[in-house]
Structure formats: C-alpha cells, structure tokens
Design a protein around this ligand. Structure first.
Ligand code: PTJ
Length: 250
C-alpha cells in the first residue's frame, strides 16, 4: 500500500512527488492500472525536459481547447485510470463549466476498474458518469478502447482525450470528431492525430483549460471561432519538441 507521506511545500520536487503518490494511491484503490505507473514515469521525464511549467504555446493550446469545448454541440471528456487518480476534482469542474459529459474509457478495461473509477468520480462531485453501458463501438480498434457509450463518445463532436494511446486517437480522428489530446510527449501518435495537441502535464492543463473556459464563457461566438481558427497545431508540436531537444526555454 502507498504510505501516506507528507511532502513539504518547499521541497524542490514537491509537485512531482505528490503526483507519484496520487498514482500509487490510485493503483492501491483499484483505479489506476499498473501500466499507469510506467506511463507516469514516462510523462515525468518529458515534463522535466519541458521545465515543469505550462509553456506559452501550451497555454495557447489550452485556450483553443477551451474554445472548442464551448463551441461543441456535445463535448465529452474521456477519463482513464491515470486521469481519475491525478485530477478527479478538476475534470468534474471542467465538465461542469463547459457542459461536457464524463466518460470512463480504459485501455486495460475490467468491470471492477470501470465501476471503481465511476464511483470515484461521483465521490468527487460528478453527477453522471458514462462508459458503463458500452453500447457503441469505435470502428477499426481491436482492443477494449473500442467500447464506448453510444450517447457519449459515440455521439460526441468534440472529445478531450488525456494520456491516450495512439490507436484510439487516430480512430476518433478518422470518425471526424474533433480531438483535444493532453500528452507530455509531442512525438507520440496521439497528440499528432489531434486537432489540438496540449503538450503539458494534465495536473496543470485541466485547471488552465477551465480557467480559459470561464474567461470565455460570455459567448461571443466570433471570438471563440477566431481562437479555434488561429490555433496552429503544427507550431505547438514543433515548439514543444524544440524545447525538449534543445533545453532552451526562452
Ligand atoms: O487506465 P487505462 O487502462 O486506460 O490505461 C491508461 C494508460 C495511461 C496506462 C494507457 O493509456 C497507456 O499505456 O498509455 P501510454 O501509451 O503509456 O501513453 C501515455 C502518454 O501520456 C505518454 O505519452 C506519457 O508521456 C503521457 N503522460 C504520462 N503522464 C502524464 C502524461 N501526459 C500528461 N500529463 C501527465 N501527468
């Protein structure tokens, strides 16, 4: 079991250590898969190279993500075991602000984990959690991620998919859905398939998308459309890759 460890705020690795403990606790609670531990380690390495901060280009992507979610007819936020462990309050809040559904969708799907994550999100204030009906399918996917709710991701026009594997990201894009992907690795297939690749730690990204959404709430649809149209996905990916490769953060 993950021990409860108090990490002093001034510790130089405070945020990273808190994040690790949340993932460990998620595994102990049957929410996060053991592969989630590996994914977290991978993410941390990229975050370190990015300077562990929201870069200006990630901030722009987060603003574009907020605009897409507000313009959507039916936005859905997909939740896996890492997302549920790291940012349960934050995804519930974002869903409220932009009027999105929350849907559990797992790579390593088991009924126990599906139910545990849905219950966990409800404990954190979610009113409705989709994903358990699994009465829809994403064509072209062999693994468990193909299972979606027909009236959830199946019907969505905009889907936020954090910490995703590349296959589903590509399959959702092929269905014509607008995809927002949060992933610290700009070379991964998922951000490369996304209309909006957000190269940032989910811990920072979700609250920042919510902050932008609140600012953009008074709907001036033209402004939202302008933000969406002027967002340059290639530049966002290139900027993140440049920072990682060069270690130059200016
Ligand atoms: O809960 P499940 O069964 O659906 O499984 C979820 C994981 C994450 C285990 C599964 O989707 C998986 O194996 O993903 P991958 O292929 O390891 O990809 C995860 C991606 O997320 C990698 O590119 C990581 O760099 C990135 N990542 C990890 N932690 C974070 C992150 N990106 C943003 N914020 C993080 N905290």
């Amino acid at each position: 079991m993950a021990e409860h460890v108090e990490i002093p705020e001034e510790h130089p690795r405070h945020d990273s250590l808190v994040t690790r403990h949340r993932i460990e606790a998620g595994v102990d609670a049957g929410i996060t898969s053991r592969q989630g531990l590996i994914a977290e380690g991978r993410g941390e390495a990229f975050d370190y190279l990015l300077g562990e901060e929201t870069t200006p280009s990630a901030d722009e992507a987060e603003r574009a993500a907020a605009a897409h979610l507000l313009l959507a007819e039916h936005p859905v936020i997909s939740v896996n075991g890492n997302v549920a462990a790291l940012v349960p309050d934050e995804v519930v809040e974002l869903a409220e602000v932009v009027g999105a559904d929350l849907e559990v969708n797992l790579f390593n799907r088991t009924e126990e984990r599906m139910r545990a994550i849905a219950a966990h999100l409800r404990e954190h204030g979610a009113r409705e959690v989709k994903g358990l009906d699994a009465d829809g399918r994403i064509p072209g996917l062999a693994h468990e991620r193909t299972k979606v709710d027909a009236d959830g991701i199946g019907d969505a026009d905009v889907v936020l998919v954090p910490l995703e594997d590349g296959d589903r990201a590509e399959a959702l894009a092929a269905l014509g859905k607008t995809e927002i992907v949060i992933d610290l690795n700009p070379l991964s297939r998922s951000p490369r398939a996304a209309a909006v690749p957000v190269v940032d730690n989910i811990i920072r990204a979700i609250p920042n998308i919510t902050r932008h959404a609140r600012e953009l709430l008074d709907p001036d649809e033209d402004e939202l459309r302008e933000i969406v149209a002027s967002f340059d996905r290639e530049a966002a990916l290139a900027d993140a890759e440049r920072r990682i490769r060069s270690g130059t953060w200016e």
